[in-house]
Design a protein around this ligand. Structure first.
Ligand code: C5P
Length: 224
């Protein structure tokens, strides 16, 4: 399944500069995206991983490109999205970034620092709006557990995705995942595989299940 087809995966946080030495970031470890890259490699895909700062890369068999900020990741996607069959956007891209990072180091002498932030462009929505008929785009969403399913389906539609993995907030930085998959045709799928007592699954097991589903889906629909 998926032999020699190319998959582009993003993983990890972004760092958005406040000044020359400080940044705004999030708790993403990149483990989910790295596990997906390894599962895709093992399933025979040609894998490129765009990896955020501070994340441990996969051992081998995956082409890795590093990014730091949302702007870096945007440039890489602008260049590389058109050549992939599948994009899995697991990176925790900043929603806001400092409007004007200071040139040097902001001195500590002031009592209060106000940092104005601008909303970042929605990179996965931008890719989805430019996708060719054979391309398949999967997003991720971290949501408050309340009303997770309705919000996830709404987000999938708003961003124009083919599928979206929805996770409750505590998945970020954790070893395990408690997510499900929403599809553009309105289905909600939960992963098979041995679950822990609390209903979670290891990120590695979740990644294998997701890659198997993507492989089957793209060969059924002729996408990929
Ligand atoms: O809207 P929200 O941040 O919850 O959406 C999460 C999904 O959107 C993830 O797939 C993430 O990689 C992507 N995203 C993006 N560009 C942003 C913010 C999120 O591509 N600026």
């Amino acid at each position: 399944m998926g032999k020699h087809r190319s998959i582009l995966i993003t993983a990890g946080p972004t760092h958005e500069a406040i000044d020359a030495v400080r940044y705004v970031a999030n708790r993403s470890s990149g483990r989910m995206g790295v596990a997906i890259a390894e599962a895709a490699r093992d399933a025979g895909w040609n894998v490129t991983l765009l990896l955020g700062p501070g994340c441990a890369p996969p051992r081998d068999g995956v082409t890795v490109r590093d990014f730091v900020s949302t702007a870096d990741l945007a440039k890489l996607l602008d260049r590389m999205f058109c050549d992939c069959d599948v994009l899995i956007m697991a990176a925790a891209v900043a929603d806001f970034r400092p409007a004007e990072p200071a040139k040097g180091k902001i001195p500590r002498s002031q009592e209060r620092l106000v940092v104005e932030m601008d909303r970042t462009p929605d990179l996965v929505a931008r890719c989805a709006s430019a996708k060719k008929p054979h391309q398949f785009v999967v997003g991720f969403a971290l949501e408050d557990p309340q009303d997770l399913q309705r919000r996830a389906h709404e987000k999938l539609r708003r961003k124009g995705l083919d599928a979206l993995v929805a996770n409750p907030l505590d998945t970020m930085g954790a070893e395990t995942v408690n997510g499900f998959l929403c599809t553009a045709d309105g289905q909600t799928l939960t992963p098979s595989g041995k679950k822990n007592k609390d209903g979670t699954l290891s990120k590695v097991a979740f990644a294998r299940w997701l890659i198997e589903w993507v492989g089957e889906r793209v060969s059924k629909t002729g996408k990929g």
